[in-house]
Design a protein around this ligand. Structure first.
Ligand code: NAD
Ligand code: UDP
Length: 311
């Protein structure tokens, strides 16, 4: 089959491109490299089934000659540091980008797959978060450009499903990490590892008692591929349900890097969610999926990647 992946040069997108190519599928990767890197797709470029289109998906994309089976919309600013720097571009990827991707799916009679996020739950008032929870989002806060763009993206997907019978899948991805993240993208796992490897202070925002649940990239990719094999149209959480405080994460990174770095406490950004942990009962039942890689194991692999990258 042929898949069109937006954001294919990004962290998750590049692993997805690789997974499809390994299965013998053809991949059309659409990326404007705002946060993705050419390095991430360098080793895919020689594959005859791989095509790269440098394009901003907020602008309509015409003239695709190939038949397409799936449009997977992964393009978005995704790290708080990035989306707070580019709030308008973030909204445009979720609104106009999703609209353009649905338009391609409709024209090509393809299925549409939307990379949504745990951020649709905002600073959640129920714990863990189930797909039925409607969320607690500050619609004018500094994170709203991302949260609301993804909520609107989901709404657009369901509008196309209801009005045009477009076959859709929606996954709500929880904090995922691993090789191919950008060293400077500001997310907590890459930040701590890079700081520890460089001997710089690890920057904990707030007291470090906020929680996140970290999923290793190979587990996520397995879940995404399984989601494509189901017929289920409603949103599904994908993430690792094992919850850690940010302070625990910092301590693990120091242990595995054997770094002498210290911890530095800094102000907590506005609207930073206090707790986050996916309820994955739906994914377990529907997809027979569970993450397999522990945080300890995933950190070791990610540290190895960044060590090589930083030299
Ligand atoms: P990333 O920043 O590494 O990748 C995003 C990619 O999209 C980059 O290659 C970037 O250049 C590209 N892009 C952004 N705007 C674009 C546009 N307008 N046109 C074309 N390309 C554009 O981030 P990621 O972590 O790989 O995230 C991928 C997707 O998964 C995003 O939609 C994100 O919201 C979602 N997601 C990720 C996580 C996570 O923990 N990594 C969690 C929840 C949701
Ligand atoms: N964080 C931190 N230090 C950093 C980067 C992030 O303490 O250098 C915290 C951040 O405040 C949040 C958590 O780690 O509570 C996860 O942040 P990230 O940017 O990875 O993504 P989020 O889950 O907030 O979308």
């Amino acid at each position: 089959m042929t898949v069109l992946i937006t954001g294919g040069a990004g962290f998750i997108g590049s692993h997805l491109c690789r997974a499809f190519l390994d299965r013998g599928d053809s991949v059309i990767c659409v990326d404007n490299f705002i946060t993705g890197s050419r390095e991430n797709v360098k080793n895919l470029a020689d594959n005859k089934n791989f095509k790269l289109i440098e394009h901003d998906i907020s602008i309509p994309l015409y003239n695709i000659n190939e038949n397409i089976d799936w449009v997977l919309h992964f393009a978005s600013l995704a790290s708080p540091k990035d989306y707070i720097t580019y709030p308008i571009k973030t909204l445009k990827s979720g609104l106009l980008g999703t609209h353009n991707c649905l338009g391609i799916a409709k024209a090509k009679k393809a299925k549409f797959f939307f990379a949504s996020t745990s951020e649709v739950y905002g600073d959640p008032l129920i714990h863990p978060q189930t797909e039925e929870y409607w969320g607690n989002v500050n619609c004018i806060g500094i994170r709203s450009c991302y949260d609301e763009s993804k909520r609107a993206g989901e709404a657009l997907a369901y509008a196309y499903y209801r009005q045009h019978a477009i076959d859709i899948r929606v996954v709500r991805i929880f904090n995922t990490y691993g090789p191919n993240m950008q060293a400077e993208d500001g997310r907590v796992v890459s930040n701590f590892i890079v700081q520890a490897l460089k001997g710089e202070d690890l920057t904990i925002y707030g007291k470090g008692n906020q929680t996140r649940s970290f999923c290793y990239i190979s587990d996520l990719v397995n879940g995404l591929l399984k989601m494509m094999q189901t017929d289920y149209k409603m949103p599904v959480n994908l993430g690792n349900p094992k919850e850690f405080t940010i302070k625990e994460l910092a301590e693990l990174v120091l242990k595995f890097t054997k770094s002498k770095s210290k911890i530095k406490f800094m102000p907590l950004p506005e609207d930073d969610p206090k707790k986050r942990k996916p309820d994955i009962a739906k994914a377990e039942k529907l997809l027979k999926w569970q993450p397999k890689i522990s945080l300890e194991e995933g950190l070791e692999k990610t540290i190895e990647y960044f060590s090589a990258k930083l030299g």
